[in-house]
Design a protein around this ligand. Structure first.
Ligand code: DGI
Ligand code: FE
Ligand code: FE
Ligand code: FE
Length: 188
């Protein structure tokens, strides 16, 4: 699919080595979750490779591309760490020729989540939380839940993110709350 090796090398050049190792972990976890839950492992791999492509771009460039994409201008009013998903999806389409809408959405919504996430979107968002290199309080609970339910594991992950943001007196992007509520309903 679409020059995977070339894309990997190009993405790697745009981030520090540490972030590339995170990306390798997400690739590994995404493929494993895709196989476990019946998503396409090849699509999961491609989405994982590209998910953080724009994470280390200068914030001004991220802002420009976010505006150019027309994807999510509402995000300009929210935390900058939320921008690299939609920016990455736009770049994946424009620069890397990814045409598969499910892959593009998995990149786009990997940080915020959204209501009505596809199987692939859930796989990428969860892989981002549980890849082997991740070490934060509660990660073991998410890993354990990931063995039996994508939705329960994602609720656990998003709850942790929301809790962290609240403790830091940070603004929470409403879509993250809506995503969490929708996944909680799905899990029941
Ligand atoms: O890019 P990664 O570090 O691999 O992970 P990510 O794309 O999930 O980045 C999420 C970061 O964004 C995380 O440190 C929390 C921060 N953030 C800030 N505001 C929000 C937010 N994350 C979510 N989901 N919702 C927010 O409102
Ligand atoms: Fe990310
Ligand atoms: Fe994430
Ligand atoms: Fe990531």
């Amino acid at each position: 699919m679409a020059h995977k090796e070339w894309i990997m090398n190009s993405v790697r050049e745009q981030m520090p080595e540490k972030r590339w190792r995170h990306t390798e972990g997400v690739i590994q976890s995404a493929i494993q979750l895709a196989k476990q839950y019946g998503s396409d492992p090849s699509k999961a791999e491609l989405a994982a490779i590209l998910h953080d492509v724009a994470k280390y771009w200068p914030v001004e460039r991220q802002r420009e591309v976010l505006i150019e994409s027309g994807y999510a201008e509402d995000l300009l009013a929210y935390d900058k760490p939320l921008w690299h998903g939609p920016v990455g999806a736009y770049v994946a389409q424009k620069e890397y020729g990814i045409a598969d809408q499910d892959i593009l959405n998995a990149i786009r919504y990997h940080t915020s989540g959204r209501v009505g996430m596809s199987l692939l979107e859930k796989v990428i968002c969860l892989a981002d939380y549980i890849e082997p290199g991740r070490d934060f309080p509660g990660v073991e609970d998410i890993r354990r839940l990931s063995a039996s339910s994508l939705e329960e594991a994602l609720v656990e992950g998003l709850d942790g993110t929301i809790r962290f943001l609240l403790e830091q007196k940070q603004i929470v992007y409403p879509m993250t709350i809506l995503a969490r509520n929708a996944l909680l309903k799905e899990a029941k």
